[in-house]
Design a protein. Sequence first.
Length: 532
Amino acid sequence: MSLDSSITRKPRGYAPAHLANQESEPQGFAHVKYKRHPVYSRTEWLYETTTISALTTFCSAALMHSVSQFIGQLKWLYFKDGLHKLSHFEIFDEASRGPWGSIFMVTTVKWNLATIGALITIFRLSFAPLAQQVIEFVPQNVARPDGINVAFGYSHAFQRPRASSVIIRSLRMLDSVPQDPEMQSAVLQGLYGISSLGQFNCPGLCQWTKPYISLGFKSKCRNVTQESLQTQSCNATEGPITCDMTTPGGIGLATHMWRTSYATSYVMNVTSGILAEPERDFPEIAKFAVYRSSPDLNYEQRFINVTECSLSLTAYQLQNATASGSTGLSFGRVTEVNFGVENPWHEGSEGDVGSQIRYTNASTVYHLDIPSFVIGSAEVIALSNFLTSPIIVSEFIEGHSNMDVNRGLAPFITGNVDVAERFERMSTAMTDRVRNGPNAQLALGERIDSVQYVRIRWVYLIGPTAIEVVALMLAVITIYRSRESRGVPLWKTSALAVLACRHDRDGDLVRSTIRDMKEMDKLAGKVEVRLQ
């Protein structure tokens, strides 16, 4: 069956001219003005996803209207070019209506130009999903100042305010220096390994980009078991035995044992030369010796371990600080300040001991500007008194013993405790006490908010763009092939054109006496019909 080419018609403009404008809309939308802008900064009521959905729906509908018309017009060209089964007529119509008919056409009809339209109809199903992927909401952390709501403490001094009546006028009254309960708490907190989030202000997630220098403490420990045991001397070999030993740092340790009765399992002794020879020992505050053993069933001391530690005054440079309500305050890098000399501290010359201070001068060492530091002599003496008190200096004897020993606190009585790690915790807790003490300054940081940003992912426009380009090419080719010289009317998908045709079985032709679509539309408007 072929299409009769003898039909005359007036030239009529073809409809796909509007397609070029419609196909450019997704690309135009790609220039979203919110690109790389935070979502919360917008004031428009129409959101990106809504705009994308609306534009893709409109463009897809316009695209399919045009492609449907192309397939309908190519149907007439298909039958104009040669004899084909009449069933193909229905297949073309189904293909012009949607994806299922297009799939059927691709798989049952020999490929032709209309097949491109069918493929466009099929691949058009991916148009909206791909276009939706163009917009991506990316969470980014945005830092902004928030005043004292984001702050932690640092300090260049440590001097507690004292009442005027507390005046120490001679060395004989040093024991009456007021103690610092918060510093004592920091010491015990560290020795017992109690963790704390620290003191800071942070409403969520915060950061500090500037480095800060703060006064603090440091500890240093080493195993001196062999050196100490080499100095050990005992007063007897049977009965109650008392053994004395001295660590390399000059700290004495005494242990007690009576076979089958008792044995010392833990001793801590502390010495401080801060009063006797301050110029020699400062900035060292105190030295510690920890003796531990595991007595067997006969109270023979086994697995003896002796650790010597020191506690000194120092300063730290705190960098890359971060904080959150769940993890607490932490520093990305903590570096001990190098003063360039072994002892940068000087003693003040004020009147009574209670008003004396120790200080360092401001300096620049290795391109680092080091501020001056001050610590009250009363604070040093109070700390020394506490560390050398029976609370810290203690002994624990296992077994049946009536010996009068100071049991005090025994934070290291368990043999598997890491002594060096506990002293490190102690110095850290003491440093925190100084940072947040009476002379604290505020290090102001930035609050970090998670903000949703809009990002354009151009790669996802490749698919929709390719579909539109192919559709545009199909439009151009169809228009060219439907030119007047071909003698094919612009009936496209018109059902009236089908009704106006009649099948000539003798010549295998489809004929119509109607000249053009305008005449056909005009006639259809006047005629009334009923299904018989």
